[in-house]
Structure formats: structure tokens, C-alpha cells
Design a protein around this ligand. Sequence first.
Ligand SMILES: [Zn+2]
Length: 324
Amino acid sequence: MENQYKIIHQSSIVVDLHNDYMEERVNHPEHRLFANSKHHTDLARLKEGGVNVQFFVIWTRPDDHENHFTRAVELIDILNHDIDECNGEIKLAGSYSDILSTVANGKIAAVLCLEGGQLIGDNVDNINKLYTHGMRYLTLAWNYGTEWCGGANDDDSKGLTQFGKQVINRLNELGVMIDVSHVNKKSLDDVLAHTEQTIIATHSGAYAVNPVKRNLRDEHIKEIARRGGIIGSVFYPYFLNNTDKATINDVMNHINYIRNLTGSVDCIALGSDFDGIEITPDGLENVSKFPNLTKALFDSGYKPDEITKILGQNALRVFKNICG
Ligand SMILES: [Zn+2]
């Protein structure tokens, strides 16, 4: 059927694990969620794209701020303000039941997440404060990591320190998902050795398809899958094929590879990185275009229940298990 993919898309809960709206918002204060965003994300286009659950990223450039924790709280206030401007159409969610009730009411659930260990300001107790504000995953490092966890551009000898292990322990105690996108190989190995917890990679591809540092090696993909975790398919052309031009087929190459490697779709999710990327694949230009990916999955022979898992059920499964 010509339109079957649309029916699958509309009947699925669509979850995007990684959106950098806040980065555009800070650089261009006139870009606002409720209307008028000039870049990848706003309310009207989230609705058009059938997005039901949007993770909004709080991020700081590591060399930009004296006190990253203070800046994180300021950015969270700005995000809450922008969500309020949407007149109830978007609601911050902190639990699985929050998400389900918001989606059942036809609204978009927003989930707060933080990208980069610098944001906790070298104090594990700040993790509790950020949790209270709504943080439900922490990306342990950005491209340049911290003293306690190496990032993708750091030396591969740099691993997780004792303090880093305390961070992992605190995240586990609170029920905050551990995101290893951007984490370098040594630190990722250390995280896996330190905890048995399910972990996630919110916006990464497969290294075997495109060997760049931000993509995941086979052994890490298999271990994330074995633990019941998820990998958000990222849309950044350089991560997809190492050029500045990509198509939905390039996104599908990573999805197909991970499905074949792990034997199921259960670890595959969406992590667009919209508004955090300056270029996008053809057909996935902004948040209104997610249905095109559903069409590509359908046309590639994925079954409706597999598509529903990739679009959101896998992410919701992990969120429910870890965040409650
Ligand atoms: Zn990122």
C-alpha cells in the first residue's frame, strides 16, 4: 500500500534522542521553539514530523565558560521558558508515565539531557541537582572530554578515572541513562568494565560502515545490544559517509549494518542531532522529515513492528527500565 508507512509512522510513538535546539537558540535568540525557528526545530515542524518525544540537549563548549554547572542551570531555565511559550503543546517529562500521558493527550513530551561531563562541574552532587531539573541522560564526554573521561578527540590512552567511576555510580543510583556517544575507546571500555548497567549511545553510527572516531566499533555495538541498550541513528553526513553530502540511504546503511551485526532491531533508535549539525542528508533536512525515514525503513522490508521499535519503542523500553 502506497501510504502504509504513513499509518505506521502516525501510530508509532516517535522518539528522537538528540536535538541541539538550544545551541541555535543561544546563538540566535530570535529562533524560538513556539514559532519562527529558522533552523531545524520548532513546534509546527515537530508536529508535522510526528515527533512525540523530543530529548533536548543542554551543551556548553568546554573552553567557553568558567562554571559549566551554573551555565547548565541557566540554559535549563531558558529551555523551560521556551517550552512555556508553546502554551502546553510541549511538556517536560521526567518519567515513563509522564511521557505516556503527555503523548496520549496529543502533546509532545520533552526530556532534558546534558551533553558533556564538564556540565556537572567536577562535583557529583551536582548530578542530583541536575536530576531534579529533569536530566534523564548524561553524555559522559563531548569531543574534548574532561579530566575524568576521554572524548572522541582525546588521546586514546585517556580513560575513566576514579572520579569518573563515582559519576557512573551516581547516575546509576538516580536512574539517569549513561550516554557514551562522543566517549573515546578507552573510556568506553572502562565504563563497560565498571558497570553492568544498560548504556546508550544517543547519536552515533557504525565504525565498520564509516571509520570516524564518533562511530561505534563492532564490539561496542554488540555489548550495548547485549545489555539491552540503544544506539540513536545520527543524521550527520560526516558520520554517515565522511563527506558533506548524504542521503537517507546512508542512514539506512548504518541501520542495516547494526541490525545484521546484532541480529535484531532491538538496539536501534533515532538520534538525529538536528540543530547540532550544519548540514543534513537529503530528505532529512529538519524535524518535519522523520516520515521519510519511516518510508525508507518500510521500503527496505522492515516489518511494521520493527519500524515501531526503531521509531520509539526501543528508546521507551530503556527509558522505562532506567528512569522509571
Ligand atoms: Zn553530540
